[in-house]
Write a protein that binds this ligand. Structure first.
Ligand code: FFO
Ligand code: GTP
Ligand code: MG
Length: 524
């Protein structure tokens, strides 16, 4: 299917028609004769209408019936959003009123209702926006996380768009350097022309590597950052879920398999909203319904932004759900730590379990928790690897440890968001133990910030084209010293330049256009 259109003048309500609002904006675009085709609606000589200035006027239908008091703004093409003549009418935002006004223009026979995204389509056609910018607009308008919103803005006219156009300019420079090698090597000197070429190649190499890094960030998990709790039945998933929500949202019981399907709630951590998901306990089962629940859990884990595995520390030896052994968890929490009496050797405990970046111990029925080890790719060297049992004991125990049975457990209500605050009996009592949700929250936010700072590119088309340019260019730059046929070099550079033009959207395939514009709302 191809996005089909014509050049007729169009009208639409850009502020939506699903709800009454204070003010609604109706846009008219693509008319050539402001005075003749629009003047009658205002019973005014619009030849004196000031450009890009808000003007208060009365609006009438074609038969002269009064419709509304409105404010109009005229953008004379090509200096408008889409390059066409545009008139914006800000009217009273009752949807009946807005529809009646639109109908007045449509019934005059000079305007038709715009299709989805048609104003913007014309901006693209008139080269006011490139395809990449339109995709940015799409991301901006449909964003469900502040990260997507940022990406949209960066594409629309910001740093990311600049990176794309810089890459294109650099390919043009490379092309020029190649041409100098072909035509003017003798004039410039062999050495000088080779230097130009080398510089151009290395410049692109740095640039495309940075884009490639941005395109390699796991984008799926960023669109809706889910925090998924999983583990075998009775591990304490629902207990932790409720600790996060500060209420008993999920049913907690000692019957294994209590949670049969996943449940989720939105939670605010820092300034961000995350979806917290409590999943069905993972176990090998013959129950068809439970099996389906587990399948869903697996799916959620695979796509999660932050994966938490809970394991009852007293049952590590019995742990048997190995289908997720390949998954790297962000956090593994040893729960039921308050009941633990065994030998605390983390290496032994870990050997029967999937891997994680950070290990915690906790009493998930109450909330106390400790960080026990950082390992894996992001852990600092000093804390990675195994910790000596003695060291771990000091690190790990404290008020919740060996003395726990005789010593009082401090009430939780004084625990602030950073954990470790002094409890109620300040003078005599021990220090308040940290809260597991505070520790995990810190880690979630730090992961989110890190991802955000890595300038992720989540638009699939861009990821594909960037990866393609990256791999073709890598091949090209490692071969260039062996290529003695300058004509071959030249044609390779042309291919890469075309791909970059495609990334920006200077060249845009029809199916891409259709895909994008059907996603837009009417009036955009
Ligand atoms: N009222 C109103 N608000 C709006 C829009 C709009 O169309 N109308 N926009 C719609 O998305 C966004 C703003 N985008 C716009 C982009 C370009 C031009 C424009 O007139 N461009 C001219 C002049 C540029 C200049 O003076 O610097 C041009 O490009 O030639 C207007 C709005 C958000 N807010
Ligand atoms: N002592 C102790 N009890 C806990 C701890 N965490 C959870 N419990 C208890 O263990 C039982 C199971 O907890 P849930 O939170 O329902 O476990 P779950 O992982 O959601 O279990 P399923 O929904 O069956 O998969 C409940 O009785 C909890 O009160 C803990 O750290 N220490
Ligand atoms: Mg549960």
């Amino acid at each position: 299917m191809i996005y089909q259109t014509d050049d007729q003048p169009i009208v639409a309500c850009s502020t939506g028609l699903s709800e009454n609002t204070a003010i609604g904006v109706i846009r008219l675009s693509g008319f050539t004769d402001l005075v003749g085709s629009i003047g009658p609606f205002f019973k005014k000589d619009l030849s004196k209408l000031e450009i890009r200035k808000a003007t208060f006027v009365n609006l009438y239908d074609i038969d002269g019936n009064f419709l509304d008091e409105v404010v109009i703004t005229y953008f004379k093409g090509p200096n408008s959003y889409n390059g066409e003549n545009i008139l914006e009418i800000a009217a009273h935002g009752n949807t009946l009123n807005l529809k009646r006004i639109m109908n007045a223009f449509i019934n005059s026979g000079n305007f038709r209702l715009a299709k989805n995204g048609e104003f913007t389509y014309r901006a693209l056609k008139n080269k006011k926006l490139s395809l990449a910018q339109v995709e940015g607009l799409d991301a901006l308008l449909n964003a469900s996380s502040s990260l997507m919103l940022d990406e949209g803005l960066k594409l629309l006219n910001g740093s990311l768009y600049q990176k794309y156009t810089d890459l294109y300019d650099k390919f043009l420079k490379l092309k020029a350097a190649v041409e100098i090698n072909i035509d003017f090597a003798e004039d410039v000197g062999e050495e000088q022309s080779q230097k130009l070429l080398d510089e151009a190649v290395s410049d692109i190499s740095t640039h495309i590597s940075s884009l490639h890094r941005s395109a390699s960030v796991n984008a799926k998990s960023l669109m809706s950052p889910d925090i998924v709790l999983c583990g075998e039945p009775n591990a304490g998933k629902s207990s932790l879920f409720n600790l996060f929500l500060d209420e008993s949202r999920s049913i907690v019981s000692d019957i294994a398999g209590t949670t049969r399907d996943y449940i989720s709630e939105y939670i605010s951590l820092g300034n961000e909203t995350f979806k917290l998901v409590d999943t069905a306990g993972l176990r090998n089962t013959t129950d068809v319904i439970e099996e389906e629940g587990i399948k869903r859990s697996r799916n959620l884990i695979d796509n999660a932004f932050y994966k938490i595995l809970l394991v009852n520390i007293n049952e590590v030896e019995k742990y048997q759900y190995h289908d997720i052994n390949e998954t790297l968890f962000d956090a593994l929490i040893f729960t039921h730590f308050d009941e633990f009496e065994g030998d605390l050797n983390l290496d032994t405990l870990k050997s029967n379990l999937p891997k994680a970046i950070k290990y915690y111990s906790a009493d998930t029925s109450k909330g106390e928790g400790r960080l026990v080890e950082i390992s894996g790719p992001i852990g600092p060297k000093t804390t990675s690897g195994s910790i000596e049992p003695k060291e771990l004991e000091e690190f790990n125990l404290g008020p919740m440890g060996a003395n726990q049975k005789n010593g009082p457990i401090e009430p939780q209500d004084n625990t602030g968001p950073t954990g470790a605050k002094v409890g109620k009996n300040q003078k005599t009592g021990p220090i308040e133990p940290p809260h597991i949700t505070d520790l995990i929250t810190q880690d979630i936010l730090s992961k989110y910030t890190k991802l955000r700072n890595s300038d992720p590119i989540s638009i699939e088309r861009h990821r594909i084209v960037i990866n393609d340019i990256y791999s073709k260019f890598s091949e090209f730059s490692s071969n260039i010293k062996y290529l003695d046929d300058i004509a071959i070099i030249s044609s390779e550079v042309s291919i890469l330049e075309k791909k970059t033009a495609e990334l920006i959207g200077i060249i845009s395939p029809d199916d891409t256009l259709t895909h994008i514009f059907t996603n837009f709302c009417i009036g955009k």
